[in-house]
Design a protein around this ligand. Sequence first.
Ligand code: ADP
Ligand code: ZN
Length: 633
Amino acid sequence: MTDAAASTAAPTAASTDPQAILQQVFGYGSFRGAQAEIVDHVVAGGDALVLMPTGGGKSLCYQVPAIARHRAGRGVTVVVSPLIALMHDQVGALEEAGVHAAFLNSTLELADVQRIEREMMSGRLVLLYAAPERLTTPRMLAQLDSLHERGLLSLFAIDEAHCVSQWGHDFREDYLGLNVLHERYAGVPRIALTATADTHTRADIVDRLQLDEARLFISSFDRPNIRYRVVEKEDPRKQLLRFIADEHDGEAGIVYCQTRKKVDETAAWLATENVRALPYHAGLDAAVRQKHQDRFLREDAVVMVATIAFGMGIDKPDVRFVAHLDLPKNIEGYYQETGRAGRDGEPAEAWMAYGLADVVNQRRMIDESPAGDEFKRLQRGKLDALLALAEAHDCRRVRLLGYFGEHSQPCGNCDNCLSPPEVWDGTEAARKLLSCILRFGQHGRGPRSFGAGHLIDVLRGKATEKVAQYGHDSLSTFGIGADLAEPQWRSVLRQLVALGHVVSEGEYNTLALTDSARAVLKGEVPILLRVAREAPARGRKPRGGGTSGKAAGAPADLDAAAQARYEALRAWRSEVAREHNLPSYIVFSNATLAEMARRAPASLAELGEVGGVGEKKLEAYGREILRVLEAAP
Ligand code: ADP
Ligand code: ZN
């Protein structure tokens, strides 16, 4: 907390108009989408449930009301946030903008806790961030009681509200205790926010947080700047490396893997290939995890290889890609993970490599989980929806948005839109494959497995040892599929497993038919398959090849002089960020620096017109920036 921040915190004659606050404090000219409506509703004391995609701008939905209400003498806004790791940066960003904010968590020294509590109890603090378990301690509740009695408890903001739902993927026991806020402080408005859109989770939030009276704000979940791509797994590591090296060299990204072991191996391997990759998973020492996260946030071009333990609340805006080396559990997870790309609105990519083993693994994990039947049924349904997305021949975005109940038109920015896949009629092939599995079964059950490899050998008529051993060369299905190559058979099998007609059972991964296979065997179900191929995504974003000396990720539309100014501003920003121990994007975003470089303002007044330059930052940095701009070559 700086003195300057404290001085703006007491209720002053400053405007309580949201639009004025947006300009003056955050330096933005206009609200986005539903923001204005949400802000007005909350400033007026209404409860709200806000569903907005990652990067949609949720923070301003409670920060602007917090400031407006504080200026109107209503006191402190309490923000519930699940991740203590990120509170530091969020508070840092607010203080940079001249808003008096603080967090309370277990990392603080007693003296700091006492100082912050004093700031809170006096009502000077505008926003207090706290984890749910902290908020519901007797000590904290007693303090809130006192604030409430004095009319200085302004607003509750519950971030990542889906954590209250067991259906979601980030369930946090502590969130269940938050209904106390409503019961104890009935008159204090609450705004709950989440990027999780499915109806089940939404109903849970309303129910658990007792938000039935709250007004619901649902934004479009589209993230038009994210390009979706799914590739068939062949040599996944090589495919990943090519994706990173050819298309995202020198850019920040996240690679998700399912297991810790795979995270470690993949990160180590990428590092040998000159990618600045770091591992992140719950098995690493907390200090190592913290260090890697800090490097990811603060340095350019770090690739974080991680399990899903990494990411919630990561608000680094310039993540250029999210790659999945393994299939996520469901579309909610996929959408939330991929949503971490491109929060700044610039082009970004969601890339996933997908193969037969992924389908088999995910099905098995559900089957073998100790959960109840109803839960498993739900999980299977969710997995099926994700598999349909992975196998789709049509627009992936239309399917994604459709899953969240949103109707849309083909997007022109996914692999299937950019280069429509060729499809072939695999109905006959599917029948051959199914009847071959059926024959295996009739041939007596042994302890040996007849998995994908053997099945394809038999179909293609290959005389292997195993074929001879089991006499499978005498089956009527031996060699009936010689016309198709192995990758094609793999794709037929994968599709049949994805559709649930074939399962892979037991310790030996033995293939077996399900009840639904009968209709396919009879030829009653048409099976359309995409032609297997190495799909180079056409219409790649221009990579500025040839313009040597250009920093990776620099905006393409700057001329040489502006480019030089941009680089000078970035160097300056790095220094400031280091001094303040904050990620550089909190000082100013890339987009703001680019606009400064483009406009080359010559006065403080002109500089103040640049998006992202609020009054406090103009005052703190304005002169330095003008000097940097003037001195740039
Ligand atoms: P979310 O929490 O929904 O993922 P954030 O609140 O982090 O999104 O906002 C994403 C980015 O968009 C941030 O860099 C933020 O400063 C920017 N942003 C939000 N609202 C506006 C606006 N009205 N004008 C300009 N930029 C905005
Ligand atoms: Zn599309």
